[in-house]
Write a protein that binds this ligand. Structure first.
Ligand code: GLP
Length: 245
């Protein structure tokens, strides 16, 4: 196992530790570029970061780049990832919405939007990327089978991902079918990666990512090839990592 794994007693503790490292980065580099994930897992990180800001951390010079966005939700839809990140990150940290960059899921031509986003990220250079992980091992919306070489692209959600995300929508049918997502090659260019996971429903995906073979069937396993990754787990999501095989 090559990845650095930290097991915490709970998600708030993990969030505090990750946020402390991000706060240190921002103090060191006030114009840092930080990649941000949606989903429940990173929310304790954002809550803890907001406390650092309350205590005087100045994050106003940071540029934030989202991992992904649904295609086809109307502008301003509360479950668009732009709206979610404005709610859980930009608002609580008192930041200007223009500091948040999200792929344009409303673009007439999603492929053009993907290329534009890839160019913007490549130009900015992500210092630190926050990641969650899907129950099937996806990162961003890179579902199993996505080539490791993919850059930002248009993708189709698997049924299991749509079911998992149905909790945020009135019904499973309301979950968009397509998205724009940073590719695995895009994610791998980040200088550092902090992955957060919690809950027993993530245990198999976490174990496959951390100590399974590096395979496109488990997109997160590519992180084993990155030189600076910390995998932050609660005890439930860590359960299968140290099982004998
Ligand atoms: C979504 C996002 C991913 C996220 C995953 C897990 O599919 N596109 O970036 O990691 O959900 O979300 P959660 O942390 O809510 O389990």
């Amino acid at each position: 196992m090559t990845l650095d794994v930290e097991i915490c007693s709970g998600t708030e503790v993990a969030g505090q530790r990750v946020a402390a490292r991000i706060a240190a980065l921002i103090r060191d580099k006030p114009d840092a570029v930080i990649g941000v994930a949606t989903g429940s897992s990173p929310e304790p990180v954002y809550r803890a970061l907001a406390r650092f800001v309350d205590d005087g951390l100045d994050a106003s010079g940071v540029r934030w780049f989202a991992l992904d966005e649904y295609i086809g939700l109307p502008p301003g839809h509360p479950q668009s990832y732009r709206a979610v990140l404005e709610r859980v990150l930009i608002g609580p940290l008192g930041l200007h919405p223009t500091s948040l960059h999200v792929p344009d899921g409303t673009a007439a031509d999603p492929e053009v939007a993907a290329e534009a986003y890839e160019a913007a990220i490549a130009g900015a250079g992500v210092d630190l990327q926050i990641l969650g992980i899907g129950g099937n091992g996806h990162i961003g919306f890179n579902e199993p089978g996505t080539p490791f070489s993919a850059t930002t692209h248009r993708a189709t959600l698997t049924e299991s991902t749509r079911r998992a995300n149905a909790r945020f929508f009135p019904s499973a049918d309301a979950v968009p079918v397509e998205c724009l997502t940073q590719g695995l090659a895009t994610i791998m260019r980040a200088g550092r990666i902090e992955l957060v996971a919690s809950g027993s429903h993530k245990a198999d995906a976490v174990a496959a990512a951390v100590r399974g073979p590096v395979t496109e069937q488990c997109p997160a396993s590519i992180l084993q090839r990155h030189p600076d990754v910390c995998v932050n787990l609660d005890t439930d999501s860590a359960a299968a990592v140290y099982e004998s095989s």
